[in-house]
Design a protein around this ligand. Structure first.
Ligand SMILES: N[C@@H](CCC(=O)N[C@@H](CS)C(=O)NCC(=O)O)C(=O)O
Length: 369
């Protein structure tokens, strides 16, 4: 292994794009290793115990999965030009938007990738085939990719995308594109003229799937050219944490308000219901050391249309970071006003029923303090 960091990922992976963009913008030297089936068997599964990408290996041979953990580990090693804003509103908004991007925008990302086979099929099956056999001819890669992609395609209904709410999901996403277009006509990044954690969250779904896949890519180019420019800035090799500033006086751009309001309208009820259902699950599964990835199903609504989706407790670990951040504030007045306007009410103050933690890349209940 070289003295550089190694990023194990693939170009078509949502969270790999988040880690790659972070490493580039911070100017951290790294090589990318294509996460083939062979690499999963020989390295990813033995070293992480799970089958997720991206994985980052440090020059000292520490191995991390989960982009949030990767970013936090690297932030402690490369503290100059932090990606976490130091002011209360901007930091909290970054944490909330990371949660929204990672755990909610995966819905349109997966929908537009897998439900447009006539436009995306050839491209995406070829991409998935490269994970199995990178050097095989195109038609073999596409054949293998179709099989390899089946598991991911199967996840789409679990995320809540059903025949009857597709129009609603698309309507919501197209509105979001409009909001982001308005924002990026005025600002280079989410909080001003340099990226923050919020940008790294958003680049996940907005690059590999929604910009790069043919069907949603056409849509983004048509509806949100300024957002496309932001995507290109985020994936470029340019190191950009050093130049630029976040807005002065802890200002939150007014153009982010519709995005935060969409999050509070669509995702917050799901987070709160997940918290309630996890508390029930805990009483029903007293001996379980780790929390299952899915714990049943529940209803959610987008644009007035209700559907069922899997209950995914991992989101609580992401959201808990925002809750912790809120509770660490000595004065919450400015943040409270922002949260009211954004539709979160006193949700962060209320917090969550149980603390969760990640141990060996699996979700667990934290030891009660
Ligand atoms: N929250 C994790 C998610 C990682 C993740 O879900 N990665 C996808 C690829 S983009 C994956 O490996 N999925 C495999 C699976 O769902 O079994 C992160 O931030 O890294």
């Amino acid at each position: 292994m070289s003295g550089k960091y190694q990023l194990y990922g693939v170009e078509c992976s949502l969270y790999s794009g988040k880690a790659r963009s972070y490493l580039r913008k911070k100017g951290i030297p790294f090589d990318e290793v294509l996460a083939t089936i062979n690499v999963y068997k020989k390295f990813i599964i033995p070293r992480t115990g799970v089958q997720f990408i991206p994985v980052v290996q440090s020059p000292e041979d520490d191995v991390w999965q989960d982009t949030t953990e990767i970013i936090d580990q690297l932030e402690s090693r490369f503290p100059e030009h932090p990606v976490y804003p130091s002011t209360p509103k901007q930091r909290l908004v970054s944490l909330l938007l990371e949660t929204y991007a990672d755990e909610w925008l995966v819905i349109p990302a997966m929908h537009y990738r897998w439900n447009y086979p006539a436009t995306n099929g050839r491209f995406i099956y070829g991409e998935f085939g490269s994970i199995v056999m990178p050097n095989a001819p195109g038609f073999i890669r596409r054949y293998l990719g179709k099989k390899a992609g089946a598991r991911f395609k199967g996840a789409v209904p679990k995320l809540g995308v059903k025949a009857h709410n597709i129009n609603a999901i698309e309507k919501s996403y197209v509105s979001l594109l409009g909001d982001l277009q308005t924002h990026f006509e005025q600002y280079d990044f989410v909080l001003g003229s340099k990226p923050s954690l919020a940008d790294f969250g958003l680049i996940g779904p907005l690059y590999a799937h929604l910009y790069r896949d043919p069907a949603p890519g056409q849509l983004m180019r048509k509806k949100a050219p300024a957002l496309c420019d932001w995507v290109r800035r985020m994936i470029s090799d340019e190191v950009s944490m050093e130049a630029g500033e976040w807005l002065a006086n802890d200002e939150i751009p007014e153009t982010l308000m519709p995005v935060l309001q969409r999050m509070s309208r669509e995702q917050l009820p799901v987070i709160e219901d997940t918290d309630r259902l996890l508390a029930e699950w805990r009483t029903q599964n007293p001996g379980k050391a780790t929390i299952d990835r899915m714990i049943g199903t529940h209803e959610f609504s987008v644009e007035g249309v209700t559907a069922e989706r899997a209950v995914l407790p991992y989101v609580l670990w992401m959201y808990q970071r925002a809750v912790d951040d809120y509770h660490a504030l000595s004065d919450t007045a400015a943040v409270d006003a922002l949260l009211q306007e954004a539709g979160f009410g006193d949700a962060l103050r209320r917090g969550l029923t149980h603390r969760v933690t990640r141990e060996n890349n699996r979700l667990q209940f934290a030891a009660e303090s």
